[in-house]
Design a protein around this ligand. Sequence first.
Ligand code: SAM
Length: 208
Amino acid sequence: MGLLSKIFSNTRKPEGFWGKMMVAGMNGGFHAEMASWGLDFGNVPAEGEILDIGCGGGANLKRLMQRSLKGKMTGVDYSPVSVQKSAKVNAAAIKEGRCQVLSANVAQLPFSDDTFSMATAFETIYFWPDIEKSFAEVRRVLVPGGKFLIVNEEDGLSGNNEKWEKIIDGMHTYTPDEVKKHLAAAGFQNIKIHRNEPKHWLAVTGVK
Ligand SMILES: C[S@@+](CC[C@H](N)C(=O)[O-])C[C@H]1O[C@@H](n2cnc3c(N)ncnc32)[C@H](O)[C@@H]1O
């Protein structure tokens, strides 16, 4: 594996030194602008239980709490490095009982059916196993009427996707139509696509 692949494979599952560097980077400037753009389409509820899947460095848990002043956040990630960083970044909210961060794979979420009013996935579905089963698992834990927001900085139409897929083992960049098709197959309704075409950013919402 080349150094570039070694470094960037930490976007899929942050591990060790480069993983720590990567989660710190995920919380930085560029992701911030895109995450805020995507969140505007989420209509984040003012209260209730909200789940952020693949929470990485935890910056989006913070952003969600700023938009949902009475909401309770749960972040999950299957990388121990990400879980540790998210917990550190949100330590005050965890202490107040407003936030928890757990180790979990989207393929098998450790929650009962009908738990969350909203679920979010920033920059992470590229790496999920069996995408329709993963989407169905997200749907299972949403309450009826609950919303799922997906935000990706790469919409699969930029011409860069093959480059990234070669560098990052196990990555797949989904086009807007593919995301829509897989969400519908998993049972989501009222699916809406939002795009920043020049930047190739993609935000998709679906309702249980
Ligand atoms: C590129 S990072 C994005 C982190 C954060 N959402 C953000 O936007 O800054 C992708 C994250 O998704 C996590 N991830 C990937 N596949 C996952 C899975 N199957 N279950 C849970 N987390 C996953 C990775 O460990 C990593 O922390």
